[in-house]
Design a protein around this ligand. Structure first.
Ligand code: AMP
Length: 214
């Protein structure tokens, strides 16, 4: 099963994708995570894309299309994948169609998480993760039981994404509405787009997604 998850930054695409892949036996392809690995590798490309990501703007279509195309070619995609963060522009959506056709694949579900922008700013600017096990926390909504200590692994060093500050989040939301909304409209017009309420609790969002996927 191949799925595209849409939704603005903070909508919960990554969280939901991680929950779904365990049950469905498919993999998550997060364009943001692929880019962050590149940044942390310290490569020249990583330095270049890291600077763009910190502004909240999009990295070039050419780079993203190359990255996702080689990721989809990987044998671990054979049972299916959830695309989280790609496509984000009209050229990326067109390139995805070409990639799928080449591999004789199709997208089974295109799903948009519906959320409101102001809540996303609060969600994103307060979130942080454990550097060791990647468990997610939030300053207000989900603090560790013991202050400063990860509930899952006991680590005491946490990480905040460089692009999770308010200025960058506002820019990311603006870019989303300007560049990504038109391709969602395209999938809607084709009659393949389904929507779920992304403002409810995490498990309730997951249930809506499973209901769509059958
Ligand atoms: P995300 O983790 O999906 O919120 O993405 C973080 C940042 O990575 C975005 O703000 C962009 O700068 C960049 N990025 C992720 N996916 C894409 C994409 N499909 N096209 C262009 N830039 C992207």
């Amino acid at each position: 099963m191949n799925v595209i998850l849409f939704g603005p930054p903070g909508a919960g695409k990554g969280t939901q994708a991680k929950l779904l892949i365990n049950t469905l036996g498919i993999i998550q392809i997060s364009s943001g995570e692929i880019l962050r690995w590149e940044v942390s590798s310290g490569s020249k490309l990583g330095q270049q894309v890291g600077a763009i990501m910190e502004t909240g703007q999009l990295v070039s279509d050419e780079i993203l299309i190359g990255m996702i195309s080689s990721r989809i070619d990987h044998p671990d995609c054979i049972n299916g994948f959830i695309l989280d963060g790609f496509p984000r522009t009209t050229p990326q959506a067109g390139a995805l169609d070409v990639m799928l056709e080449k591999q004789n694949l199709k997208i089974d579900h295109v799903i948009e998480l519906i959320v409101d922008d102001e809540s996303m700013i609060k969600r994103i600017t307060g979130r942080y993760t454990c550097t060791k096990c990647n468990a997610g926390y939030h300053d207000e909504f989900q603090t560790p039981t013991n202050d400063g200590v990860c509930d899952k692994c006991g680590e005491n060093i946490f990480f905040r994404r460089a692009d999770d500050n308010e200025t960058t989040v506002r820019s990311r939301l603006h870019v989303y509405h300007k560049q990504t909304a038109p391709i969602i409209a395209y999938y809607r017009e084709c009659g393949v787009l389904k929507t779920v309420d992304g403002m409810v609790e995490i498990d309730k969002v997951t249930k809506q997604l499973f209901d769509i996927m059958g």
